[in-house]
Each structure stands twice: as structure tokens, then as C-alpha cells.
Design a protein around this ligand. Structure first.
Ligand code: ASP
Length: 291
């Protein structure tokens, strides 16, 4: 089995992953469960949270995580993604965690591999383990996901996090509102986008990073302008429900999409998301590595 998309998972598997991750988050030990197994990490795009939490998760399951330093690899000699995948496959890893800038690339690699492949982000398409850890974080805080209203705001156009979260949170019975600057909304979402309205009364506000690496400079905002017009300031957060929590997948552009005082707010769950990233990736690797 591969984890390419939220669509890869049945409702039963999602429920089981949330329960297992809850136990790992509470400290359940599984340190000898996958001893002798090897998990390869292959990241063509930068990462701190996803890469390190997959590595930590594999280690906490007793498996050995091995990370290819792509910048020093034969990728730099022009080796194609397919040849790199076939090369790694010949070393017989027990799982491959892959992040790549092209939509659909992880699914294409999965066709070539004999082991389970996990999507750690493919272009602007999906980032399923991020959505799973976000759902876990919301469920831990509220005791449920069903019935929550979650506003996902910012650079929706480039966000694989938004796409996976929308699918997962709606499947779990939440209402998802998407909003962002007009130029950062996908074409299929015309007429949406007023951030204050999306945040109004919401139980949770998930802010997204402005992905300047995918923007080619076309945003044209001056210093402080994005925060003032579209960012999560304390004033905007005050429009949400009084109990509303703040999420952000990271990395943060402080002072751009999120004000310092909101990022560090008592109702910010951003570091809880990071902690849950290890627990959820343990659950996901445990499922895919099998018995
Ligand atoms: N870390 C997340 C991702 O890789 C979000 C971001 O980079 O803004 O998709």
C-alpha cells in the first residue's frame, strides 16, 4: 500500500490512524516494532518538520531512517527521478518517503518501487500526512472534528496542505472555508476569499505560508502590506469564535501571513502540530510497514 493522497485511505484507516497516533502522542512505545527495517527519505524540496519527523518516527518504531542528501547526490549530475528511484529500489528499502516539486511525481515513483511509498508533498498537489496530523491536533483539542468550522487562509493556490486538509476535514465532517488574496486563490474557487468573513465565528484558523518560491515575484506587496491586508493579526483573530485555535503547517513567515503575537498566542497549536507530526508519521509508517 502507498500513501499518495488522502484518497488512498478508507474511512476505517483514517479512524485507525487517528487512534494509533493519539496513543503514540501519549507516549505508547513501539521501539522494537520494526527493528531491522530501513526507511529511505528522498526530499527534492526543503523541509525541516516533515523530514525530521519522518526520521524520528521511523527511529521510534525501531526502524533505521536513511536520508539522501539530494544536493550532494547524483541528482546534481543529472540523474532523472525515475533512475534515482530505480537505484534506491535496488537497495531494497522497506519504505520510501518522497517529496518532490512536481504534481503527481510521487505516484509515478510508486509505480517503480517494490516497497510502500509515502507522499511527503508533491508540488501543489497533496501533503496527506500534514492533513492527518492537523486533524489529530484538532481532535485532541476539541475532542472531535465533526461539526467544527475551519478557516484555511492565505496562499491556497500553491498549498498542498490546503488541498489535503480540505479533503480530510470534510470527510471527517468539518466545514472548511477557504480564503486568500485573489491572486493566491485557485481558479476553481471563484468568488471566495474574504479573509475576515472566512474567519468570522470559526473554531480554528489555519494560516498558510506565502510560497514565494512558487510565485516568481508576482505578488507585488510592500513591507507589512500582506499582513495588513490578508494576514492573521490579533484583530482578525478576534473575529473567530472566542475559543478559536490557530494552526500553521510551518515554516512561518512571521510578520507576513501571521503576526508574532498570534503565532505565540496561548491558543496557537503550532508546536502541538509539530509534536503530533512525529506521532502521526509513526502511525502511518506502522500501517504501511505492516507486520
Ligand atoms: N511545509 C508545508 C509544505 O511543505 C507548508 C509550506 O511549505 O508552506 O507544504
Amino acid at each position: 500500500m502507498d500513501l499518495l493522497s488522502i484518497d488512498s485511505l478508507s474511512d476505517e484507516q483514517i479512524a485507525a490512524l487517528l487512534d494509533a497516533a493519539d496513543q503514540f502522542a501519549a507516549g505508547a512505545s513501539a521501539s522494537d516494532r520494526h527493528e531491522g527495517r530501513i526507511v529511505f527519505n528522498l526530499f527534492y524540496e526543503n523541509s525541516t518538520r516533515t523530514l525530521m519527523s519522518f526520521a524520528a518516527a521511523a527511529a521510534r518504531l525501531g526502524a533505521t531512517p536513511l536520508t539522501l542528501p539530494v544536493e550532494q547526490s547524483s541528482v546534481k549530475k543529472g540523474e532523472t527521478l525515475a533512475d534515482t528511484a530505480l537505484t534506491l529500489n535496488a537497495m531494497r528499502p522497506d519504505a520510501l518517503v518522497l517529496r518532490h516539486g512536481a504534481n503527481g511525481s510521487v505516484a509515478a515513483v510508486a509505480e517503480l518501487m517494490d516497497c510502500p511509498v509515502l507522499n511527503a508533498g508533491d508540488g501543489t498537489n497533496e501533503h496527506p500526512t500534514q492533513a492527518l496530523l492537523d486533524a489529530l491536533t484538532l481532535r485532541q483539542h476539541f475532542g472531535r472534528v465533526e461539526g467544527l468550522t475551519v478557516a484555511i487562509c492565505g496562499d491556497i493556490r500553491h498549498s498542498r496542505v490546503a488541498r489535503s486538509n480540505r479533503k480530510l476535514l470534510e470527510r471527517l465532517g468539518a466545514t472548511v472555508r477557504l480564503a486568500g488574496p485573489p491572486s493566491l486563490l485557485p481558479d476553481e474557487l471563484p468568488g471566495r476569499g474574504e479573509i475576515g468573513a472566512a474567519i468570522g465565528g470559526a473554531d480554528a484558523v489555519m494560516m498558510l505560508r506565502v510560497q514565494r518560491e512558487r510565485l516568481h515575484g508576482e505578488l507585488g506587496d510592500g513591507p507589512g502590506e500582506y499582513l495588513a491586508r490578508y494576514g492573521l493579526t490579533a484583530e482578525r483573530l478576534a473575529r473567530a469564535a472566542p475559543h478559536a485555535v490557530v494552526l500553521h503547517p510551518g515554516p512561518l513567515n512571521r510578520g507576513v501571513e501571521i503576526a508574532d503575537e498570534v503565532a505565540d498566542h496561548p491558543r496557537s497549536l503550532i508546536l502541538r502540530q509539530v509534536a503530533n507530526g512525529v506521532a502521526m508519521r509513526m502511525a502511518v509508517l506502522d500501517l504501511l510497514l505492516g507486520a
